[in-house]
Structures are given as C-alpha cells and as structure tokens.
Design a protein around this ligand. Structure first.
Ligand code: ZN
Length: 321
C-alpha cells in the first residue's frame, strides 16, 4: 500500500495570505516581522480616520433617533489599562491567551549588568523584568466601567470611546492584527436602556456597512473563551443571543466571514463587577457597540481596491461627505 507523496512545492497562498502580500507590496501595511503587527501607511490611515468620522456621524444619527439619550461622554484611552481594573473584568478567566501585560526592569546596577550580559549572549532576558501595574487594553469599554461606579443619573450614561487595543493573536490573516483600534458606544443603565442600545446598533451597524457596499450580514456570535469552561460560556452566550456581529465576506462566499463590528449586551456583568447601579438602585445593565477601524478599512480595500481615491463615488461620498 502506498501513500500519496506530500507535495514539495510551496502550497498556494490562502486568499488571506495573498491579500496580505498585496497590502505589503502596495506599502499600505509595513511588515514588522511579528505576525499581525504592522506599521500603516498614510493612505491606510486616511481611510481609518474617515471611518472614525463616519462612526461619529452614525452616533449623531442615533441620538437624533432617540433624543432622550444622555449626552455622550467622549473619551480617548491610552493604550494601557490599570491592572486593578483589568482584574475586575474577568478577562483573565475568559481570555488568558489574548492578554498583554506590561513589564519593566526594576533591578539595580548588578541586575542590569546581568540582563545586558544575557542579551549580549543571545539568551532570553525577559525573566529579568518585573510586572508593572498596567496591562495592554484588550477592549475599549473596559476602562470606562470603573469611571461609572456608584449610582447613575436618571437615563443612565452613554460613553463614546476610542482605544488602541491589543490581543495576542499572531496570524497571517491581515484582518487579525495584534494591535488595532476600536471605536465603541457604551450604554449603561436599566435593562431596557442597554437592550435597546444593543438592538438599535445591530441594525444601524449593518446598514452603515451595507452603505459602504460591503457584503455584510448580521450573525449571532460568541467570544473566543478559553478552555473547557470557556466552551460552556460560549454556548451560553450564543444561546442567550447576547453578542451580535456584523460579518463581511471579505474573501468571498466560500471563506469564513470577518467580523468588523459587534453589538453586545452584558446583562449585569460589568455593573456588578464595578458596582454600578442604575438610577433605581438596581445593578446597572450595559451594552456596547464596537467598530474595528482597521478591519473595516481592510474590507473596503479588498472590495473596492487598494487605492481609495478611485473607489466608487457613492462609497466615497459616504466616507468623505
Ligand atoms: Zn465593549
């Protein structure tokens, strides 16, 4: 009995790998040697900025639709988060494989000399470092909740937040970056307020992406929870339909879609962990909608071409009104 020989020629690149190479060849992304970590060109950034302003306009349209919403508190986050806050989000239990912790050198001259000697000898030196009080930001809304601890005003709160996020997911899929930006609208208040926010934004986010002529659809989703306990959490999240994603068929109908936005209802998860109470004194419910700015940029480039100056005029009008 003979087995078929294993092909010795390099396998054909997947559609994701091929697109990554196109982006690198065009200079839109610049390789750093670390999978999923790129410098971005000015042309790439122009689209990211236009999308950020587009999301701002979507937020304004949402407030026109529901005029009794609170005025948004706009926040831009640093790329790191207090470890004490991180510890209260349950991220450590659910996504230990995605986290990034900040370490630094805290030794004396002697320890420094040892570190340099190890480095010079080509040895690993990371264990010469010590943890700091900061973590890389895993999700834009996490830094928001500790700022809302206590009793919320009547009508709850709405927070508009932009964050540079990190997730340790080395990949050759250009849409799976380790460092990327998320723009979120976070709603905290009564169950009705949080759920209405989640449901309205699932529809608005889908419409907003269809308006860019992307092949977008709404799906019930789950987070990539870690381990055996995580599989149960994922099933529960799906069964309770807590998380909706807007997926774009970036690489055609036969490839898995790419999630570019999501709208999530957290029930009292963050309200309880951060001791946030609604105006009626009950634990606050929360929901957030998030837009992945780099992912939408990539979906647009794949759909309309790498040069945004020659995209269809109806798409350009939406992004650069
Ligand atoms: Zn969020």
């Amino acid at each position: 009995m003979s087995t078929a020989p294993v092909a010795s020629t390099p396998s054909t690149p997947s559609p994701r790998q091929a697109f990554r190479q196109e982006l690198l060849d065009a200079g839109l992304l610049v390789d750093t040697g670390v999978p999923g970590l790129y410098l971005r060109s000015g042309e790439f950034e122009d689209v990211v900025q236009a999308l950020d302003r587009y999301v701002t306009r979507l937020g304004e349209a949402d407030r026109e639709q529901v005029p009794d919403q609170p005025r948004p508190w706009r926040l831009a986050l640093p790329p790191v988060l207090a470890r004490s806050v991180f510890e209260r989000t349950d991220y450590l239990a659910s996504f230990p494989h995605l986290i990034g912790a900040v370490s630094t050198f805290a030794g004396d001259d002697r320890a420094h000399a040892q570190l340099l000697a190890r480095h010079a000898a080509g040895q690993d030196w990371a264990d010469c470092l010590e943890p700091t009080q900061t973590m890389l930001v895993p999700a834009a809304c996490h830094a928001v909740y500790p700022q809302l601890t206590g009793r919320l005003p009547e009508g709850g709160r709405l927070v508009d937040v932009l964050a540079s996020c990190f997730r340790h997911e080395p990949s050759d899929d250009p849409a799976r970056m380790q460092a990327f930006r998320m723009r979120e609208f976070v709603r905290v208040g009564t169950p009705q307020e949080a759920l209405a926010h989640r449901d309205r934004w699932v529809r608005s986010a889908l419409e907003a992406l269809l308006a860019l002529d992307l092949d977008a659809r709404q799906v019930v989703a789950n987070d990539p929870f870690f381990g055996r306990a995580g599989r149960l959490l994922a099933v529960n999240q799906r069964d309770d339909a807590l998380k909706f994603e807007i997926e774009v068929a970036v690489f055609g109908p036969d490839e898995p879609g790419t999630a570019v936005a999501s709208s999530n209802y957290h029930q009292t998860h963050f309200g309880a962990n951060f001791d946030i109470r609604a105006a009626d004194g009950e634990p606050a419910h929360s929901a957030c909608v998030g837009f992945g700015l780099e992912r939408i940029t990539l979906a647009l480039m794949r759909r309309h071409g790498l040069d945004s100056r020659v995209w269809p005029s109806d798409v350009r009008r939406v992004l650069w009104p």
